[in-house]
Design a protein around this ligand. Structure first.
Ligand SMILES: [Fe+2]
Length: 373
């Protein structure tokens, strides 16, 4: 049993997929936003049901797709407790375990690269994030990093695992894919055979440049990757036109409601039946699920049903939970010849610091018509 190792060339980030071969339940570690479509395709091709999206830490060099994957697949977002990723549905501390089918993954708190960083152990496979890299280690010069803490984490927590343990790093810049605890203990140039003082001196002399996407990545990752561009939906900006023309544009809930009430657009609620039933719905909106629970399988009737309610060339506004599935639905509707818009923030809006929805934007929060059975 090996993990599936996926690579993002732009940030040299490794993403890992682990699954139970019997139940096909899966867990993904450190997914990257720019690889969302690839990751969804891999899940589909392998017949996997994504149960958890997991972070090793709050990344500074890329943006996670955790929030988007959760919306597309029904997975739950998971993050280390000390990373301040408040939107994650589940917060992990040292010794906690995650289950996927019959498989178990254990959390090892390994502070140093950041104070909240963790590694994950699955069978004989160790996922080290930026704590331990192949013949290297993560930097400790920003984001609550500490060379002293990193030394302790690597030498006392990771190097005490069996020598044969496979090491799967969060990055590699030279095309190497994995290593072992024995190899790193013997030959890691930063830490093998080094004293704490020597290690701290090495780390303080690295003088690395700032990661290119840091200013954008940190706030976004504190929000499971859902933070970007959302502020544009507030205030005066009611409509953003998509430069790529993949769909007509993004509209605020207020503008979408205006168009709908004036008879200028058909309002399509692409959430599942279960969501509308339990969370609330918009009376008069067309209920047309993009995906259905359980398992969030694609609705095979989507195209036909959409064509039946919106004439060719007609205008449709797409509503989902938080504005992720509605983008996918708007793209598809555009391919089918409609003028399709995504409604920003969705019905429930983004999660708050307690991972609860309802106070950060959304159709319901903005006082637009809705009801609950
Ligand atoms: Fe990092």
């Amino acid at each position: 049993m090996k993990p599936l190792q996926l690579f993002d060339p732009a940030s040299s980030t490794y993403t890992y997929l682990l699954f139970d071969p019997v139940t096909r339940e899966a867990l993904i570690i450190d997914p990257v936003d720019q690889q969302l479509e690839r990751d969804l395709a891999v899940l589909r091709d392998q017949g996997l049901k994504l149960r958890w999206t997991v972070e090793t830490h709050a990344h500074a060099d890329h943006i996670t797709s955790a929030g988007q994957l959760a919306e597309h697949t029904g997975a739950q977002t998971v993050a280390p407790e000390a990373c301040g990723i408040a939107t994650a549905a589940r917060q992990l501390k040292d010794g906690d375990t995650l289950r996927v089918g019959g498989e178990q993954i254990t959390v090892i708190h390994t502070p140093g690269h950041t104070a909240g960083s963790v590694s994950y152990l699955w069978r004989e496979h160790l996922f080290t994030g930026d704590t331990l890299l192949i013949n290297g280690c993560g930097r400790t010069d920003f984001q609550s990093g500490s060379a002293q803490a990193l030394y302790k984490s690597i030498t006392q927590r990771l190097f005490t695992l069996p020598d044969s343990t496979m090491v799967w790093p969060g990055h590699d810049y030279q095309g190497r894919t994995h290593s072992t605890i024995a190899a790193e203990k013997a030959g890691n140039v930063r830490i093998a055979g080094k004293s704490l003082a020597e290690f701290v001196a090495t780390m303080s002399q690295l003088h690395l440049p700032r990661p290119a996407r840091m200013d954008e990545a940190l706030p976004a990752n504190q929000n499971s990757g859902l933070g970007r561009g959302r502020q544009d939906a507030d205030g005066a900006c009611l409509l953003q036109v998509q430069p790529a023309q993949a769909y007509a544009g993004n509209v605020s809930p207020e503008l979408a409601c205006q168009w709908w009430q004036a008879g200028q657009a058909v309002l399509i609620d692409v959430r599942s039946d279960a969501e509308r039933e339990w969370v609330g719905f918009v009376p008069g909106a067309v209920a047309l699920a993009w995906k259905q629970w359980p398992g969030m399988d694609m609705n095979p009737q989507f195209d036909e049903a959409l064509k039946a309610v919106v004439p060719t060339g007609g205008k449709a506004v797409m509503l989902c939970r938080s504005g992720v599935r509605s983008i996918a639905a708007a793209k598809r509707a555009t391919e089918l010849g409609l003028e399709a818009y995504n409604i920003l923030e969705g019905f429930e809006g983004d999660p708050d610091a307690e991972a609860r929805r309802g106070t950060r934007g959304g159709w319901r929060f903005r006082g637009l018509p809705w009801r609950q059975n």
